[in-house]
Design a protein. Sequence first.
Length: 293
Amino acid sequence: MMDRYTHFTAWYVSELRFRKQWLDFNRSEEKISVVLNDDELAYVKSALDAERAKKWLTALGLLHSLDYLELATVKLAASKLKLSDALAILTQLPDRIMSELKDSWQIHVPKEYIEPYRNPLGFWAIDFPSTFPTANADAVETVKCLGASRFTAAVFHSMRVLEVGIKALATKLGVAYDRQDKSWASVLTAIQEKIDDKFPAKGITQTNKARRRVYHQMVAHFNTFMKAWRDYTIHNPIRYKRETAISIISAVRAFMQAAVTDGLKEKPKLPKAKRLPKPATPLALPSGAHPSS
């Protein structure tokens, strides 16, 4: 990810090499064994910026470079540092960093997606752990894939978020839901029938009339998502571009937010009762013996 660590890496390597050239140029007439004065030693120490460099080397997993930085820090702590040692540090550390970076792959995240990438659930503005806990992972992956420009994958994960919503609605209305045996279409048809049966139009109260309307709207939205995007995403080799993916995901987000507002959420799973261990079989007493004896 092209974030502050990557930018710091580029600056850090350039800075070390520049200071090595400056030191080499200013001491070109001196013997390589000459000891640096206090100002030059401070100049090298400031170039290393050890505390900050340790943090990003650790974050990027550049462990060999981190080990060398530790050794360099120990050398710089000495009261006397030879010019040869200083030049070696300012040469080898950036070289090690660049060598290790060849074995890593960095992804560019556009500026507008950096904050959502760092805080995916903030993008949704939904408390998934308390409302749709089983959709939490797909909600996060939706935003991560969007930030990494994997737009088709982002839409795919957003459809999985919707699927948790369908299951929650089915459970709320007492409709059996089995992802392996039933399609969205069959589940939505069963939900629609349950709504009409549970909240008949004739003689309905105002409260139930409002519930009937909300549930009908949810089914209508689920049907739209299914016919317009879900079936094409899951069953067909269709690929989405950035603008289309953002449009779809924004629609999913708005719908799920409204569903939460209308009181839809997953039914928490009750922990399975633990079986008590069978009582130990009491030892048989010898014939004629008394328990208290």
